[in-house]
Design a protein around this ligand. Structure first.
Ligand code: SF4
Length: 441
């Protein structure tokens, strides 16, 4: 991305404000921060537009596959380290299905895959795609497996075969699902690129010899008119994967070397080694990882790691403010409040559930901050709690006239009682104390 000054040099310098910014320099600064579009300036020459568009293109090409509401986006990343801004597209996980399975077995495997899902801090963590592997070397079987999978799941599909002929039949059969074709290598790239181009599918390019050789191969595939390319770095060991993926990201983002500016696919295989490869790929720039198998026990830490890495650090995960019934409360049940920071909410919810005491749980809007942070920042005040009570209709639900507050904000109890007219009961400082407190109360 060019700097604001480099962008400014190419602007018309009329300072007319038609772009909704008072000066061309202000507009240039917004463009540099990806907060405005070049098209917003009606006076930009064609030449300047194409020059700026080319240099402002993301260093890692955006590649999509899948169709309808189930599309996986990969690439379009701009940072080497998450703390510099954020990572945008979480690593996708795909489980493979062999084309040597018959249809009932394919259905059973898809059913098993769909059952591996976890609800964590209000987000569903699950597999993102299905990869169909050509293990039979039979075009009819591969096509039949692709059709069987496509008819049973809406998840995006990868087709894995090194035979352009076998690939063409299956890819054509499910072309409307825009599968990712895996893929091209030094021996088949010309024919495989033709299949991808004819069917408008993205293509994985593999080269295990080294990154120079991979960049050369990518260049040749691009020359045949394919832009939507995903890289298979051919890394056998964890060390090789770490080195190659780090170099690819660094030269793409820091040097804007577009020859390797594409998302990375990692074929992790099976067993313990696959789990380690999956973890490393998640931490180091993998856009999609294929597993031959993955147990629930191994999937959970992997999914959680991904969730942590790809959560925007500047935007806390939030739950919707409101009043939530826990343990079947009625009009005689008290209100207990917490903040809408997701981790706080789910911790408190779990502890209230454990107590088995009926409670109206009031979630106060603190812009996703935890109790002490929100209190210190002035976002958790007697007035904001009262606003939460009013907006949620909590007083209509609970007639008890009591509100339990976190022990850490006990100093607001006097003012809160004054503002709300409710009897304030100071609860425990830590959420873990809630079950004992509620039972005794
Ligand atoms: Fe400058 Fe174009 Fe904005 Fe006018 S519309 S202020 S010329 S950038």
């Amino acid at each position: 991305m060019p700097t604001a000054i480099e962008i400014f040099r190419l602007l018309p310098k009329k300072n007319c404000g038609k772009c909704n910014y008072p000066t061309c320099l202000a507009f240039a600064m917004q463009i540099a921060n990806s907060k405005a579009k070049l098209q917003d300036c009606p006076f930009l020459s064609e030449e300047a537009l194409s020059t700026l568009a080319a240099s402002a293109a993301p260093p890692i090409h955006l590649v999509k596959f899948g169709a309808g509401s189930k599309v996986i986006e990969m690439g379009d990343e701009t940072e080497l380290y998450r703390h510099e801004k954020r990572f945008f597209h979480p690593t996708a996980y795909a489980l493979t299905i062999s084309d040597s399975l018959d249809e009932p077995d394919i259905a059973r495997k898809l059913e098993t895959i769909s059952r591996i899902r976890f609800d964590r801090v209000g987000q569903i963590l699950s597999f993102d795609a299905i990869a169909i592997k050509d293990e039979s070397s039979n075009a009819d079987k591969f096509k039949a497996a692709a059709e069987a999978v496509a008819s049973r799941t809406e998840l995006p599909i990868l087709l894995v075969s090194r035979s352009p002929e076998i690939m063409r039949g299956a890819a054509r059969a499910i072309a409307e699902r825009r599968p990712l074709l895996y893929g091209a290598d030094a021996s088949n790239f010309a024919d495989m690129a033709t299949v991808a181009k004819d069917l408008k599918c993205p293509l994985v390019v593999s080269e295990g010899k080294g990154l120079n050789e991979l960049a050369d191969l990518v260049q040749k595939v691009k020359a045949s008119g394919i832009e939507d390319i995903v890289l298979d770095l051919g890394a056998g060991s964890l060390k090789q994967l770490l080195e190659r993926s780090s170099i690819v990201r660094k030269v793409s983002v820091k040097k804007t070397f577009r020859g390797l500016g594409h998302p990375i696919l990692v074929d992790a295989g099976s067993g313990e080694a696959a789990v380690l490869k999956g973890l490393l790929a998640t931490m180091k720039y993998g856009s999609i990882v294929l597993f031959d198998e993955l147990s629930e026990a191994h999937a959970l830490p992997l999914f959680v790691l991904r969730q942590n890495i790809y959560t925007d650090p500047q935007v806390p995960i939030q739950v919707k403010p409101g009043i939530y019934p826990v343990n079947a409360p009625n009009g005689d049940s008290p209100i207990l409040f917490t903040t809408n920071f997701s981790l706080t909410y789910f911790t408190v919810l779990s502890d209230v559930e454990k107590s088995k005491v009926p409670i109206w749980l009031l979630v106060v809007d603190t812009e996703g901050l935890s109790v002490m942070t929100a209190y210190s920042a002035g976002k958790l005040t007697p007035e904001s709690v009262n606003a939460g009570l009013e907006a949620s209709g909590a007083r209509e639900k609970s007639k008890k006239g009591e509100i339990i507050i976190p022990g850490m904000v006990s100093r607001m109890s006097g003012k809160l009682s004054e503002v709300t007219g409710l009897k304030v009961i100071v609860g425990p400082k830590e959420s873990s104390g809630i079950p004992k407190f509620l039972k005794n109360h």
